[in-house]
Design a protein around this ligand. Structure first.
Ligand SMILES: Nc1ncnc2c1ncn2[C@@H]1O[C@H](COP(=O)(O)OP(=O)(O)OP(=O)(O)O)[C@@H](O)[C@H]1O
Ligand SMILES: Nc1ncnc2c1ncn2[C@@H]1O[C@H](COP(=O)(O)OP(=O)(O)OP(=O)(O)O)[C@@H](O)[C@H]1O
Ligand SMILES: [Mg+2]
Ligand SMILES: [Mg+2]
Lengths: 253, 253
């Protein structure tokens, strides 16, 4: 079982789009996949058509001990692909957890026993390095960092790497950054090429060869409640995420 | 004096780009402008070339009472344009403030006496609705919401409007949403047109006529430590932010 958090405190870089579509592509390649939405904005849950405004229990209820995993686990319409949804109540957890003993390990404790049933567990994080992201980093063994190839992309990376190191030292000795994925890549601009070259210099061997190009179909698919592999199988977006999925699988060896 | 928070908990929608460039354009139109960076990622500070890794005191020190405003206020290289920078220490403030009495009003108390010296105070917020954003919403009288014309844009708006209503009722009776600005607009895509039509339907009279089109120069200018008006005065990005600045000024009447 591989467990991977997709995190980057910079907003709007492609975290949710990557979990939603990498998850679907891994499932198409016959891996059993669980996606977990740890963002109170619940964009991943929305991406898969979950009604986040209803009174269905979600990740928040699990973290405060008012629901079991089995009650909140959703089967998506796609084979080999399950989802643990979140909703806006999760925003309260950050403040509510501040005083709890072992506050960074609540998620791991709640999920540990079911993660073994999957080949891949992918976690979508909010755009911050607060308690929810710390819980995600304590629950998984791998981190994949989506970056937008724009100027602010590299600014936050050192803080993110520091946080990962701290979590590894104090909470989760197995945690490793196993990849960086360039999202919304537009190879025609000099800026994107420069930022990409910078990432390769600072983080040699971490940047996946597969880059996710800007593709409007990827921005349209969430409004249909589907991943790209179902919304438009022939799009560039789907080709790119399938290539990424194959590259992620190739790391299994 | 007009005080405006640019906030949206959705990440990467153009908050920082809007504060940086609307601020610069208002200054060119002879308004005295103060920009305040309330995001621990300090992208606005970086956008203006502030060294956020040095030991210069910043917003965090002001909020914990270890610096006066006069010590942290920066003059930018641009006339009529000042900046209160932040840095990563500010991330600690969220957790440190949880138990403080009147925790949402710390920023207002620290800034009240200097805001009167300006015609416009623009506040850049982090991508969340936590204590830092609540402090910003308690300090200003107006909210402008940058939205990216993509599917997830409308998802978070109801939570944002609820939070603004709550702050108005409990902490800041003057708080009003005075505008919504469409950022990174690409009029060629059906998705952008649909989302824009949705915004106009849900929030009649709030959407500024001036839309900020996608323009690579806007993404390049932060790496030069300058606003668009100085980096490329003839770019579409500069024309769009100048038009927005004029529209914001026209609301003064
Ligand atoms: N490769 C791509 N091509 C075109 N649009 C994309 C691509 N990847 C993501 N998008 C769009 O860009 C926006 C930001 O992406 P997304 O929401 O996945 O980022 P995020 O990092 O999860 O954001 P947040 O920080 O708010 O959680 C969304 O509207 C999404 O549909
Ligand atoms: N109109 C535009 N055209 C092209 N690029 C843009 C435009 N507006 C913003 N950008 C770029 O898009 C990215 C996101 O913008 P920005 O950082 O301003 O958003 P934000 O809402 O402040 O993000 P965060 O949620 O992380 O604070 C940046 O790389 C920025 O340079
Ligand atoms: Mg997201
Ligand atoms: Mg920003």
């Amino acid at each position: 079982m591989r467990s991977i958090a997709l995190t980057n405190q910079k907003g709007g870089v492609g975290k949710t789009t990557s979990v939603a579509n990498l998850g679907a592509c891994l499932a198409l390649l016959e891996r059993k996949v669980l996606m977990i939405d740890v963002d109170p904005q619940a964009n991943l849950s929305i991406h898969y058509g979950v009604d986040i405004y209803g009174d269905r229990k979600s990740l928040y209820d699990l973290m405060i001990g008012e629901a079991k995993v089995e009650e909140i686990l959703c089967r998506t319409n796609f084979e080999n692909l399950d989802l643990i949804p979140s909703n806006i109540n999760l925003a309260g957890a950050e403040i509510e957890m501040v005083g709890v003993v072992g506050r960074e390990t609540i998620l791991k404790e709640a999920l540990d026993h079911i993660m073994e049933r999957y080949d891949y567990v992918l976690v979508d994080c909010p755009p911050s390095l607060g308690l929810l992201t710390l819980n995600a980093l304590t629950t998984v063994r791998e981190v994949v960092i989506p970056v937008q190839t724009e100027f602010f992309a590299l600014q936050g990376m050192s803080k993110l790497i520091d946080t990962i190191r701290l979590v590894r030292r104090r909470l989760n000795p197995d945690l490793q950054v196993t990849g960086i994925v360039a999202c919304m890549y537009d190879g025609r601009t000099r800026l994107a090429q420069e930022v990409r070259a910078n990432i390769e210099q600072y983080f040699p061997d971490k940047l996946y060869k597969s880059m996710i190009r800007k593709n409007i179909k990827l921005a349209e698919s969430p409004s249909h409640g589907k991943p790209i592999s179902s919304y438009d199988r022939n799009s560039l977006g789907c080709k790119d995420y399938m290539a990424l999925a194959r590259e992620v699988i190739a790391q299994e060896a």
